[in-house]
Design a protein around this ligand. Structure first.
Ligand code: TXA
Ligand code: MG
Length: 322
């Protein structure tokens, strides 16, 4: 089976209704989608991705009204966050109803929900009578795909059809936050689980400061694993000049923010210094260096603000120099 790439949302809907898994575009990265209420459809996602079943999936909805059947309680601020950032790259981890299969949430009593900001996928979701569980459409642990071709390159032989909605505009995955109660009290706070397409600053303008706590002892989910989003070639993050001296004699690929470096193959993500543009280009740059004849990938640290936080997070997890 070799996947056909096309923009036929009706055909994609037909496959999804039959219980198939179909890659779909979103503004962040491509997702591998299936009916969230159909366990055997969801199981296909895990098989195709070779994803361990302890890694929960995000459920995508086409309307705010679709959240009710998934979630039994909206924590303080959830409504405002949805109004402010949906459709868009913000995932809310919320207390789940039993109708959501355990396979989707890896047995957790919470479910991650978001409404993607992509015209074609919203159309698809509004056409379907069920929400779509979808992780990023890459083999587990590898860099997420931001074009239909990226999906075809790696999963093309395992799926019938890829819904092509063009290159993802945001380019890094959604920001994930979750509400956690403090003990048995009614008090609680929102915590950042993964920096992403919506900046922490923007979230805090809506609901105030996110909770802080000592580094998590155990990741809640593998998206938070230290090694994730990784190319096959070794990636080092830090001062590129210094790293170049440490890798003399090797063919070096570099990923830098504004300025080029004298290396074998250099990717400059945003000459004008725009972190949004840099995020948009990050994964394609990692893929292209990984596919090139470079021996090693050196990346610089980005400003730790706005989308720079998500870029640094992905580079750190991609790197061997954590
Ligand atoms: O932008 C995105 O979020 C993309 C597009 C396709 O929507 N999806 C995505 O999914 O990045 P994935 O599976 O690659 O990452 C989902 C991560 C999990 O690894 C986990 O860290 C977190 O979301 N997650 C999902 N449900 C959770 C839950 N109930 N509690 C804690 N974390 C959860
Ligand atoms: Mg992923």
């Amino acid at each position: 089976m070799i996947a056909r790439i096309g923009s036929d949302t009706r055909f994609a809907a037909e496959l999804l209704r039959k219980g198939e898994a179909v890659p779909i575009p979103t503004e962040t990265v491509y997702g591998l989608a299936a009916n969230a209420y159909d366990e055997s459809a969801v199981l296909k996602i895990f098989r195709i991705k070779e994803r361990p079943s302890f890694d929960p999936l995000i459920v995508h909805v086409g309307a705010k009204a679709d959240v009710g059947p998934l979630v039994h309680e909206l924590p303080p601020g959830a409504d405002r966050l949805m109004d402010e950032f949906w459709p868009g790259p913000l995932t809310l981890v919320l207390p789940k109803r039993t109708a959501v299969p355990d396979l989707v949430t890896s047995g957790l009593d919470t479910v991650g929900v978001r409404m993607p900001a992509h015209r074609m996928t919203l159309e698809l979701l509004r056409d379907l009578a069920f929400p779509l569980a979808a992780p990023s459409a890459n083999p587990f642990g590898y860099v997420s795909p931001t074009t239909a071709q990226h999906v075809a390159d790696q999963l093309g032989e395992r799926i019938p059809y890829i819904l092509d909605g063009g290159a993802c505009t945001v380019g890094v995955e959604s920001t994930i936050i979750g509400w956690e109660k403090h003990g048995t009290t009614l008090e609680g706070a929102w915590y950042l689980y993964r920096p992403g397409g919506v900046s922490v600053e923007a979230i805090e303008r809506v609901i105030g400061a996110l909770g802080t706590k000592a580094a998590q002892i155990r990741p809640i989910a593998p998206g938070m694993l230290e090694s994730h989003y990784a190319p096959r070639k070794p990636v080092y993050v830090g001062d590129i000049n210094g790293l170049m001296r440490a890798h003399i004699g090797l063919r070096i690929g570099s990923i830098s923010f504004r300025s080029p470096f004298p290396v074998h193959k250099g990717e400059v993500l945003s000459p004008s210094g725009d972190l949004g543009q840099a995020a948009h280009r990050l994964f394609a740059a990692l893929r292209s260096l990984d596919a090139s004849d470079c021996d090693v990938i050196l990346a610089e640290r980005f400003p730790e603000e706005g989308l720079g936080r998500a870029i640094n997070d992905r580079l750190r997890r991609a790197s061997v120099s954590r």
